[in-house]
Design a protein around this ligand. Structure first.
Ligand code: NAP
Length: 265
């Protein structure tokens, strides 16, 4: 991560707060954004006192397109900004279908649309500035889509695909993107969603500061996708190799023989 100011969304709690703390420790000035201005201001005061960095507070509801546009404009117009960490997000417990499922609009607005708009603004600005880093928090749930709220999983899969695809577009510009796929992380996200994670063994739940330390080590090592819990990176490389092996057979002028129902085809 090159020096400069880092914008961290969702910095009032959990993973975003841990990113703000670690980036301040590394000497970055910060712009911290979320809705809870009091928590952001307390964090800003603490980080300035502890690390001598400048921390600007931006109160933004990222489910509101006007607030997203304002933050995107700040990223575009402030040449000191060289990093964006998209951490703001929410989760919905349970299944997608059924009358008791809460409104998924705000979740998709924050997890998908706001992240997308801020990523595009930052990527464009950072290319013009000759470099920068964009970190997008996806989730390990994308590897087990059948087990979680379908729209939460789909949103996190979008984040992963967006990040991988844009990384190929910024190659050679000095800009880098990273998608981080946390497993269960000990934050407020479950309480906020009314979800019960007490049945999840402690051995499966990571502290946010450890998660961020590992994710930034992955970024520093040049990874586009980081799964902080995964012990052996060869497992991810095998997954990528299996995906790439499909490539030559994903587009032909006729269906695979097992689907050829008509002899005329
Ligand atoms: N915890 C996990 O197990 C886990 C696992 C995989 C991925 N993730 C992802 O990690 C990211 C961070 O979540 P977390 O676990 O750190 O949860 P968290 O402790 O609940 O933090 C969520 C952050 O997002 C902000 N936020 C929520 N709605 C917002 C809105 N409308 N506008 C602006 N900010 C908003 C919150 O700030 P305000 O309330 O102040 O606005 C808070 O700072 C999310 O994208 C989540 O999906 C979490």
């Amino acid at each position: 991560m090159q020096q400069g100011t880092a914008v961290v969304t969702g910095a009032s709690s959990g993973i975003g707060r841990a990113y703000a703390q670690e980036l301040a420790r590394r000497g970055h000035d910060l712009v911290v954004a979320a809705r809870d201005e009091a928590r952001l201001s307390a964090l800003a005061a603490q980080l300035s006192a502890d690390h001598g960095v400048t921390v600007d507070v931006v109160r933004a509801d990222l489910a509101d397109s006007a607030d997203v546009a304002r933050l995107a404009e700040q990223i575009t117009s402030d040449p000191r900004i060289s990093a964006l960490v998209n951490c703001a997000g929410l989760w919905i417990a349970g299944r997608t279908l059924g009358s008791d499922s809460p409104d998924h609009g705000p979740m998709l607005a924050v997890n998908v649309v706001a992240l997308q708009e801020l990523t595009l603004a930052a990527a464009t600005a950072f290319i013009a500035r000759g470099g920068g880093g964009i970190i997008n928090i996806s989730s390990a749930v994308v590897m087990a889509p059948e087990r979680f709220h379908a729209l939460y999983v789909a949103g996190k899969a979008y984040v992963l695909a967006l990040t991988e695809a844009l990384q190929s577009e910024v190659a050679g510009t000095g800009v880098r993107l990273q998608a981080v796929l946390p497993g269960f992380t000990k934050t407020e996200i479950f309480d906020r969603a009314g979800g019960d994670v007490s049945a999840i063994p402690d051995a499966m739940k990571m502290a946010p500061d450890l998660l961020v330390e590992a994710a930034l080590a992955g970024f520093d090592a040049g990874e586009t996708v980081t799964i902080p819990s995964l012990p052996d990176v060869a497992d991810w490389e095998a997954f990528l190799a299996a995906r790439a092996a499909l490539g030559p057979n994903l587009s032909h002028d006729r269906p695979a023989p097992r689907y050829r129902l008509s002899a005329a085809v």
